[in-house]
Ligand binder design. Structure first.
Ligand code: BTN
Length: 245
């Protein structure tokens, strides 16, 4: 596992004081399936740590020094943001990332989703999701700029610039929505989830340029019910999507 970081593992029902227990209380109350809450003050990446855990655990960090984004990018993870990864039994990772983005978007008024799973306010990104498979597990890593400084990136924003929501308010709402959306997903209510996603997806009907490892495709984006997009007749499951207008 490489470097070691100080970790506090809290099990359901355990009581204690301090920031770790405060966030653990929210997570256990809102996520009925959750068994373990792993808290780090500083860690490399919660997605990385989550790989070695059992399903139904949540990894949470105040700061990440090697936060990872999609497409091998890094994710700036300074204090003041929310950085956590949920470990679940193996399942369709595209659908899990989609319900994660939806859960965040449903928590922050007037936010929109840029396909596949960026969440935006006024056209700027404040949340990214990294869904991964590892052995028999699905891991969804959620990074949310709440009050961390993102002024060095002109494409990014934080929630604090729009609303007076604390990290706890955001975590409360996102975990609550995630639990609801996860139950809907497992119960086969995909159509319903997808319709809610489509309603707030900014990419739908937009002229886009999508960069995949193999090619660059331009055209009007249509959403597919499996979570992919269709651009100029090509079905695309993952890539870098740029809105052109
Ligand atoms: C992206 O938009 O590229 C995805 C960013 C995902 C960031 C989160 S923060 C918590 C988890 N741990 C990581 O290293 N990455 C994800």
């Amino acid at each position: 596992m490489g470097e070691s970081f100080s970790e506090l593992v809290i099990k359901r029902g355990e009581k204690g004081e301090g920031i770790a227990f405060e966030f653990a209380e929210i997570a256990f109350r809102n996520l009925p399936f959750l068994e373990e809450f792993h808290f780090f003050d500083v860690v490399d990446s919660t997605n990385h740590r989550a790989k070695f855990a059992r399903p139904f655990s949540l990894f949470f960090a105040e700061e990440q020094i090697k936060g990872r984004g999609r497409l091998e990018r890094s994710w700036m993870s300074k204090r003041g943001g929310l950085y956590f990864s949920i470990v679940l039994p193996a399942y369709n990772v595209s659908k899990l990332t989609l319900i994660s983005a939806l859960s965040v978007a449903e928590s922050v008024k007037d936010s929109r989703i840029k396909w596949p799973n960026d969440v935006l306010l006024s056209g700027k990104k404040f949340c990214g999701i990294l869904g991964e498979f590892f052995e028999d597990k699905a891991i969804v890593g959620i990074g949310i700029n709440v009050e961390n400084d993102v002024s060095e990136f002109d494409f990014a924003c934080n929630i604090k610039s729009f609303y007076t929501m604390s990290r706890k308010d955001v975590f409360e709402s996102v975990t609550k929505n995630f639990a609801k959306n996860y139950v809907d997903l497992l119960a086969g209510r995909w159509q319903e989830i997808f319709e809610r996603f489509a309603e707030i997806c900014e990419t739908k009907g937009k002229k886009v340029k999508v960069i995949t490892p193999h090619k660059v495709i331009e055209g009007i984006a249509e959403l597919s019910e499996d979570g992919s997009i269709v651009v100029s007749g090509e079905k695309i499951f993952s890539g870098d999507c740029i809105h052109l207008r």
